[in-house]
Design a protein around this ligand. Sequence first.
Ligand code: GAF
Length: 379
Amino acid sequence: MYQSIKSTFIDLFSKEPLLVYSPGRINLIGEHTDYNGGYVLPAAIDKKMVVAIAANDSGIGRIYSVDFKEEFSFDIASFSPKKGHWATYVMGVVSQLQQAGYAVKGFDMVFGGDIPVGAGLSSSAALECAVGFALSELFGLNIPKKSIVHYAQKAEHTFAGVQCGIMDQFASVMGKKSHAIRLDCRTLEFDYFPIDLGAYKILLIDTQVKHSLADSAYNQRRLECEEGVSAAKQIQSDIKDLRDVSLDLLGQLDLPSVVYDRCRFVVEENQRVLDSCDLLSKGDLEGFGEKVYQSHEGLSKLYEVSCDELDFLVDYTKEVSGVLGSRMMGGGFGGCTINIVHEDIIGQLQKDVSEAYERKFNKSPKFYIVSPEEGTGLL
Ligand code: GAF
């Protein structure tokens, strides 16, 4: 993959590029907690977005997408968002760096990778992070890695129009082999949490669907959480985020039932992250698996970000011995489930799930066995 991106670059621009990568991510548990000041447990994976880049003298950003087989150019000195177009993720990061006072000059870029798009593995965050890191390296900007995380997130807000939390970009940049990142999304304090699942593997099952309401529903969930926080502040003024709200306090608030359900999910999910870390530290994989199933139940019934395909896949595994836990992962409305599966049954499970899923939805799922890997770097 790296070689083909590099040779595409040389064919198009007739010079040697700098090559950088940034990975996609999984999340073991802690969904929709990041923008509520809570905890998450993600990891970078061995699926990457790769950027080949070199400077030009023309003040133009020239980008070629290997996957879309399409070129796009913009004037570095004057440009605006192009929502819905892949180039907006690149331009969003350039814009953030410029606003922070970094001198970004003209560049030629080719990007591509093996993170499936729309599968909930954060291909867009990986692209943003790769672009931030590539520009920093190319122009000697020395941008700290945590700032790249921040600019990539802001690019998503301003140029893609999704009010995402910090998890995806943080995991992509800061990932570490064999470890998850236990991240406090309010303070950004984190530690690397060793992931040793013994004979169990992390199997992602890709529904191959991405329902179109995903972005607007995501922003809507954020607003519902903020409504809960505003009501809680009336009673307890030191509350900053849903992370500070107890179930007890939540029960005292006069909230519309939908808002109550959303907030209840977040409060419970946040606790599940902390409990899961305790369980994993003790090697209690069964206990962790139960938390994973509970997480899905909440995402589906209270937070309502699941869909028939995801629910089907999770329910299917409940009958299979050798699966410890399963849940939808990421923003929702499609993408992948994450499953903790004994290595001896993975082959059979894939076969059985494929048949059942095809019968029900008339399409085939995809499977990826993944493990925690290193974050953003030079190739
Ligand atoms: C998406 C967002 F980008 C993340 O910030 C996070 O909120 C996630 O959905 C849900 O946990 O991936």
